[in-house]
Each structure stands twice: as C-alpha cells, then as structure tokens.
Design a protein around this ligand. Structure first.
Ligand SMILES: [Zn+2]
Length: 160
C-alpha cells in the first residue's frame, strides 16, 4: 500500500506517499476491461508510492513524518466504484451471452407469430380448395382456421 512515510530524492520533500498512476485510468480500464483495471489498481498500491509534492517515484522510506498518516477512506471509495462497475460489466456480459444463446429477441418467435403464420397457410389452403370464405359445412373459413391455429407451436397449418 502507498501512504508510506517517504523522503523524495527529487524535491527533498518528506511526507506520506500517494498511489502512483491515476485513478481515472482505472475507471476507463474498468469500463472496457474489468480485470486489467483491478490489476492496474493493485499495481498502483504496491511499492512505496510517489511523492505527494512533485509526483516523482524517486523516493526512499523515511520515519521523519510529523503529520498523521492520511486516512484510507479513499480506498473504500475506489473499492465501491470498482465493485459497481464490476457488477454492471457482469450484467452486460450476461445479457450479451443470453442474447447470443437465444438467438436474440428480434428473431425469437412468440406464439402470436406462429398463430399468424399458421392462419396465413390455412386460409391459403382453403382458398385453393375453393372453400373460402365459407366451408361446405357452413362454418366461416377464417373462424375455423383461427380455431385450428390457436396456440400453434410451430406455425404449421395441419389440414384436417
Ligand atoms: Zn518530491
């Protein structure tokens, strides 16, 4: 972890170090590549950190810090943000693969679609037989076809 007491070889400052790198980079990484973002964030916290005064990493451990060590509150914010982005990434990936496996919501046919396809075929069938708009037994052809096609699961009209 950073937040170590260091003295800087670059500017001579003695104080608590900051995490190296930039948290904004972690955010951008997390949106596109979640795992590298976590690795990057871990890397930021390893080592001595950088000088809080000039940002240089030419620092060496020191024990002459006079002020109190800064709190770790920032770490909880980082974990919260990463966790939040992580959950979004998981949901998006899940939705993506779900769409991939089911062939997408646009190509998925509902019972209503199958009923329509079935009825189109049925009406065509009776038109060819000259039994439209009335069947020989006096029933309206469209009413009969509608009944046969109700709850159709494959969209195929089966002539009786
Ligand atoms: Zn410095």
């Amino acid at each position: 972890m950073a937040n170590k007491c260091i003295s800087c070889n670059n500017c001579g400052h003695t104080g608590w170090s900051k995490n190296r790198g930039n948290f904004l980079i972690t955010i951008v990484l997390a949106i596109f590549f979640f795992i590298p973002a976590v690795i990057y964030e871990i890397w930021r916290r390893t080592g001595l950190g950088v000088c809080e005064n000039c940002g240089s990493d030419l620092v060496q451990p020191s024990n002459s810090c006079t002020s109190n060590r800064p709190s770790d509150a920032g770490d909880f914010i980082v974990l919260g943000v990463l966790g939040f982005i992580g959950s979004i990434v998981v949901v998006v990936i899940y939705a993506f693969f779900n769409t991939l496996i089911n062939g997408g919501p646009s190509t998925q046919k509902t019972t209503k679609d199958y009923e329509l396809i079935c009825m189109t075929q049925g009406l065509k069938h009776y038109q060819q037989q000259g039994q439209y708009p009335m069947l020989p037994n006096g029933v309206e052809t469209s009413t009969h076809v509608m009944g046969v096609c109700k709850k159709s699961k494959d969209g195929k009209f089966k002539a009786p």
